[in-house]
Design a protein around this ligand. Structure first.
Ligand SMILES: C[S@@+](CC[C@H](N)C(=O)[O-])C[C@H]1O[C@@H](n2cnc3c(N)ncnc32)[C@H](O)[C@@H]1O
Length: 250
């Protein structure tokens, strides 16, 4: 099977999006959401109440965040938003690209979680951070959680998948590697086995190209965008970038 070159819209977020809850369901995000709560609660005083998530995908993380926050969930994939609407019917959903979205409103917090890596060059990251800045109130906070930074990236594989009560099932192998350590991207390939409710199984594949930048670069971009930045590690050794918006009088 030949995997097509990474395109603007990975298949996982288009024709395969309905399988997302069997690849990465809300139950996989419980501990991560708890950690993010601890970051958010201490980031501002008072703690954030409203949060805009850019690249919220199938809303698996949001399923937990909505317990404490009023969420607006945004994504550039209408099919992923449909998945999230099923999981989080009480949340506002907005279709939009994180580089261009303009809602004309401000939130206490803006989160870009495992979607920020889809910004694969400096210009795209700067646009996404400008969007975050436009939607973050003075005194609010932006939180970025890339899956990897340049300093800690390692090639590897992982496997997983879940079964649905209706008999559908998914199993996958995820394979990541960095063909050129001097550029700003790495590759992620997926092989899927997809079992329909009637028991038929098909194999499918997908390929994503993702951004990979050093920590210092993230901190500089946050500073440029008007945030006071810091970086912290989560329990899974990922870097979490936190930027406070503090407008100084002219
Ligand atoms: C790994 S998924 C996010 C999953 C999500 N954390 C969850 O809990 O379900 C990454 C998402 O980023 C979105 N994305 C990629 N590029 C984007 C862009 N330029 N603007 C907005 N969303 C984008 C994809 O459509 C996809 O839904």
């Amino acid at each position: 099977m030949q995997v097509p070159n990474a395109g603007p819209e990975p298949r996982l977020y288009s024709d395969l999006a309905r399988w997302w809850p069997l690849l990465s369901p809300p139950s996989h995000y419980t501990e991560e959401a708890n950690h993010l709560f601890s970051v958010l609660r201490t980031a501002t005083e008072p703690p954030p109440r409203t949060l805009l998530e850019l690249g919220a995908g199938g809303g698996s993380l949001a399923f937990h965040l909505k317990q404490e926050l009023v969420l607006t969930l945004s994504d550039c994939s209408s099919r992923m938003l449909e998945v999230s609407q099923n999981v989080n019917p009480e949340c506002e959903h907005v279709l939009g690209d994180m580089r261009w979205l303009r809602l004309g409103r401000e939130f206490d917090a803006v989160l870009i979680h495992d979607a920020i890596m889809y910004m694969t060059d400096a210009a795209s990251v700067r646009k996404a951070l400008q969007t975050a800045r436009e939607h973050c109130r003075d005194g609010g906070v932006v939180v970025l959680v890339p899956d990897h930074v340049r300093e800690t990236f390692t090639a590897g594989t992982s496997t997983g998948g879940e079964d649905a009560p209706d008999g559908r099932g998914l199993r996958y192998v995820e394979w990541r590697w960095d063909p050129d350590p001097l550029d700003t991207t790495y590759e992620l390939a997926f092989a899927f086995l997809l079992r329909e409710a009637d028991g038929t199984v098909k194999a499918d594949a997908d390929w994503h190209r993702l951004g990979l930048f050093p920590r210092q670069q993230w901190l500089e971009w946050l500073g440029e965008a008007g945030f006071s930045p810091r970086v912290t590690a989560d329990p899974w050794d990922r870097s979490i970038f936190v930027g406070l918006r503090t407008d100084r009088p002219a």
